[in-house]
Design a protein around this ligand. Structure first.
Ligand code: NAD
Length: 435
């Protein structure tokens, strides 16, 4: 079965990644190694998951690619921007995520990915001091230069379509401002007036991508496309957006574990999450203004799963705290501890401890791949605006907060939304069954 309303994935797919650090080089190296048959894309839904289509006697379990037209890994062409001039090979080695033996076989391909000059403002990430940076008159000029990069990449590489993925450092927190971020006119005026306090570099990338017809994914917790002005631009250009913040380790566990407490009608009095992390991401997040962005994103998960208004006895007094501690010896191998204080029959307290010794970029890389392939698909299916079906992959899913829309954080509800969107784009009926 195929849906005539979804355009086929013909030609090459360009993936332009903002940031050529640990996550993006692990993503690129993994795709290249998989193409050569030297690695497996473990953790990727688009490469492994099977979805049931049809019911009763007609039911079948199919891979995504057999339901919808997905771009093939062989058709991906990468490009990147970064503040530092290191190419993707040097950056992959510096990141110390992958062993040399897992990088060397694709060295030649990685060497060719030389970062374009970044649209950057040091005030948004004080701990970074690279000099591979664009000289810009104002934020409008910054955006125009990114547009030119996208156009040049298309021309030089011959790709058919481009997706832009933010996997760069977390910027300082920019709170949505009703006078700047609520309409496209306001946003454009602020870019032209060089309002550097309200217009982050990431907004320039996103605006440029949408104007060039490229879906934009926000992998960090930045507010970038999580503002009404960008929703409007996405509607006008008919190009999809997704965000925000890859749901990799601790929040994945939280959004999968909290439903157990909620389903079993146990109470909760607190959830304390702490991490140690030693990579460049950890260094940037050691700055309080940058951590604030992450904190807002991480804190939003619990309250929509364990809803105080629905069960005041059980969830009206949850003390939720999240810490990230920069600790260089661990590099990318983040260790997270969660202490969960719950209570049961007659209010008697109990505790649960989770100790996750994870690898940040190993968890993030398959999300990058899935988000890029599914955003390219969504675009070809004529979808635009915030792609809620991708909430599964995101820590702080975008939602229309101007009308008090509640985001879906519950991992298993998110999985149903994802599967239904794939079914619909494949021309099958959506349903609520759980298999
Ligand atoms: N790994 C995870 O589990 C995970 C989960 C959720 C979100 N994230 C987010 O993903 C992002 C990338 O993480 P990472 O570990 O690869 O970090 P990293 O520090 O290794 O890489 C980020 C790169 O972005 C570059 N950069 C910063 N601002 C830029 C700009 N304006 N333009 C171009 N390049 C810019 C930096 O120079 C750096 O090389 C971070 O924002 C992080 O918070 C990661």
């Amino acid at each position: 079965m195929s849906n005539p309303n979804v355009k086929p994935a013909t030609g090459k797919l360009g993936i332009m990644v903002v940031g050529l650090g640990a996550v993006s080089t692990t993503f690129m190296t993994g795709v290249m190694m998989t193409r050569k048959g030297l690695a497996k894309p473990v953790g990727s839904m688009t490469q492994y998951d099977k979805i049931r289509v049809g019911r009763g006697e007609n039911k079948k379990y199919l891979h995504y690619k057999d339901i919808v037209p997905l771009a093939k890994l062989d058709d991906i062409v990468f490009a990147a921007w970064d503040v530092y001039p290191a190419n993707a090979y040097e950056s992959a080695i510096n990141a110390q995520v992958l062993k040399k033996k897992d990088i060397e076989p694709v060295k030649d391909e990685l060497l060719k990915i030389k970062p374009l000059k970044a649209a950057f403002d040091k005030n948004y990430a004080k701990r970074l001091d690279g000099d591979n940076v664009k000289q810009c008159k104002d934020r409008w000029d910054m955006m125009e230069q990114v547009r030119e990069d996208i156009r040049n990449f298309k021309k030089e590489s011959g790709v058919d379509r481009v997706v832009v993925l933010w996997a760069a450092s977390t910027e300082i927190y920019v709170a949505p401002d009703k006078n700047v971020h609520y309409t496209l006119d306001q946003l454009e005026a602020a870019m032209k007036a060089n309002d550097v306090d309200h217009i982050s570099p990431s907004m320039c990338y996103a605006y440029a991508a949408l104007k060039e017809g490229c879906p934009f994914i926000m992998g960090a917790p930045n507010t970038t496309v999580d503002i009404p002005a960008m929703w409007q631009l996405s509607d006008e250009t008919k190009v999809p957006i997704a965000g925000k913040d890859f749901k990799t380790g601790q929040t994945l566990v939280k959004s999968g574990f909290a439903p157990i407490i909620g389903a079993r009608m146990l109470g909760m009095s607190g959830w304390f999450s702490t991490n140690i992390l030693g990579n460049r991401d950890g260094l940037v997040l050691d700055e309080p203004a940058n951590f604030r962005t992450k904190e807002v994103s991480k804190l939003s998960t619990l309250e929509s799963i364990l809803v105080a208004e629905d069960q005041p006895d059980l969830y009206s007094d949850i003390f939720h705290k999240v810490r990230i501690n920069y600790y260089p010896p661990r590099n990318d191998n983040k260790e997270g501890w969660d202490n969960i204080d719950i209570f049961g029959w007659m209010g008697y307290p109990m505790q649960i401890k989770i100790n996750f010794l994870c690898r940040d970029s190993i968890l993030a890389a398959p999300l990058c791949l899935d988000l890029c392939l599914l955003m390219d698909l969504a675009h070809r299916a004529g979808r635009y605006g915030t792609q809620r079906f991708l909430s599964f992959f995101l820590k702080s899913p975008q939602h229309d907060y101007t009308v008090d829309e509640v985001p879906v954080n519950h991992l298993f509800q998110q999985h149903v939304m994802l599967k239904n969107a794939i079914r619909e784009m494949g021309g099958y009926e959506a349903d609520e069954e759980i298999d």
